[in-house]
Design a protein around this ligand. Structure first.
Ligand code: MLT
Ligand code: ZN
Length: 463
């Protein structure tokens, strides 16, 4: 449903007396919320509000609903799929000012947070009491926990610790009707009723506006060991990764960078990438100091025997962070060099990684498009980037992108391992799910949002 400017004016007139400068309709504010990190052309917001608490969100939703105005919830705008981008003059509800840590209960292993809290700030607060919140999406320095929950974000540590969903125990949401609903648990166990918490995690702002979350925290591992391994090519790197799991080791991070990723990130990398290298693996082990050291030594033996040409062990936290940061910078370095690149986040069962890489690279070679592969090798989630320097090159790469996503699904995988569908992948959903399964999801959406006003046009393909 498209918002009518007149109705939007009425809504602003109703919200203005109490939100005042927290209701913005100026061009600067609207432009800021019209984009995310997907590379899509800017969308169009009608207005943006910055609520400070749940009661305000509830009132905004109820007023918007009464006037038939569509609403787009938004965190820091670091998403990769357009899920938090307005399209047709919607009211954007920017939750960045709801950023408090409401409770930190190490003994009970949970924390209560508002959605606008920056993920990295939460990591820090939890670390100060000797605890650990594992989800670490690449943008953790600037993304928000609400956005992580809305997209069920992953990150390098998911290979051992799982994705965001594993850590969301409970939620408070506001529905488009303006109802405040609280569900989930604060106890370690809790199985009453349907698991609505899991339903909301990854729903990309289409079912309710998250205003509070209870997040599970775990004791911090005492020690972490990190190493960088170089290979002649990415197939050798991928096989070495498999050998590690075959030996029964579970790294807390296993990241792959292919030659294109290495060549591009080298200029900005804080870690000096060894040369020559056709691919690299970044491996971390954690546990007690003895365990982490022994596991990394064993991993190094296996990886070198499997064909690594070189290895570098981080000697301290500074060196560890330089290696991790080098990996994290790949996305922005590629974007800088190839502003029109297409990026996906397909995932396959780990055993299918070598076939996926072989077939995707072959498909790229046959169409003369440069395919760059990097990402979370350990959990089968790769960022396949089609490197394009112009809008024309990007458009030509469309069929190849489709082929690679289809390939992932045919290997038992998924079209999205961690970024969500938003606008960029919603038309691909039928590759993975049947019409009946998609129809069932639309029915669920209808129950939560009968008027279809909450984040319209996202996740599901047009009918
Ligand atoms: C990453 O792993 O770096 C992020 O998910 C971002 C991306 O590369 O698309
Ligand atoms: Zn990623």
């Amino acid at each position: 449903m498209t918002s009518r400017p007149l109705a939007l004016d009425s809504l602003c007139a109703r919200l203005n007396p109490w939100l005042k400068e927290r209701l913005r309709t100026d061009a600067e504010a609207l432009a800021k919320v019209a984009v995310d990190e997907s590379g899509l052309p800017p969308g169009r917001a009608g207005a943006v509000v910055f609520p400070k608490n749940t009661a305000e969100v509830a009132r905004i939703a109820a007023e918007a609903s009464a006037l038939g105005i569509a609403v787009v919830p938004r965190g820091a705008g670091t998403g990769k799929s357009g899920a938090a981008m307005p399209q047709n003059g919607e009211l954007v509800v920017d939750l960045s000012q709801m950023n408090r840590l409401l409770a930190l209960m190490p003994h009970d292993q949970y924390a209560v947070v508002e959605p606008g809290l920056i993920t990295g700030d939460f990591h820090q607060a939890v670390a100060e009491v000797g605890y650990f919140y594992p989800p670490d999406p690449g943008s953790w320095e600037s993304c928000t926990l609400g956005g992580n929950i809305a997209t069920n974000a992953g990150g390098p540590r998911a290979v051992k610790y799982g994705v965001t969903q594993r850590y969301v125990w409970g939620l408070q949401i506001v529905t488009m009707r303006g109802d405040v609903l609280r569900f989930g648990r604060r106890s370690i166990k809790g199985v009453a009723g349907l698991d609505l918490t899991s339903l909301l995690v990854g729903s990309e702002g289409t079912l309710g506006i998250i205003t509070e979350a209870t997040l599970h925290i775990v004791p911090a591992p005492e020690a972490v060991e990190t190493a960088w391994f170089s290979f002649a090519d990415l197939f050798a790197a991928s096989r070495a990764g498999e050998a590690l799991f075959a030996a029964g080791l579970v790294p807390r991070m296993m990241e792959l960078l292919d030659q294109a990723a290495l060549d591009t990130v080298r200029k900005v990398a804080p870690f000096r990438i060894p040369e020559p290298a056709g691919a690299a693996l970044l491996i971390e082990m954690d546990g007690s100091p003895a365990r982490a050291t022994a596991d990394l030594e064993r991993a190094a033996e296996i990886i070198l025997a499997a064909g690594a040409s070189d290895s570098a062990l981080a000697k301290n936290e500074k060196e560890r962070e330089a290696m991790r940061r080098t990996r994290r910078l790949v996305s922005s370095a590629l974007k800088e060099a190839y502003p029109f690149k297409m990026s996906d986040d397909i995932a396959v069962p780990r055993s299918q990684m070598v076939p996926l890489l072989e077939q995707a690279k072959a498909a790229g070679a046959s169409t003369a498009h440069l395919v760059c592969a990097y990402g979370h090798l350990g959990d089968g989630n790769l960022h396949m980037n089609l490197l394009a320097r112009s809008a024309e090159e990007r458009q030509h790469a469309g069929p190849l992108r489709h082929r690679i996503v289809e390939l992932a699904v045919s290997l038992g995988g998924t079209i999205s391992g961690e970024h969500g569908l938003g606008l960029t992948k919603r038309e691909l959903l039928p590759l993975e799910q049947t019409t009946s399964v998609i129809a069932l999801q639309r029915q669920i959406k209808q129950v939560f949002d009968p008027q279809g006003l909450l984040n319209p046009g996202k996740v599901w393909p047009d009918v």
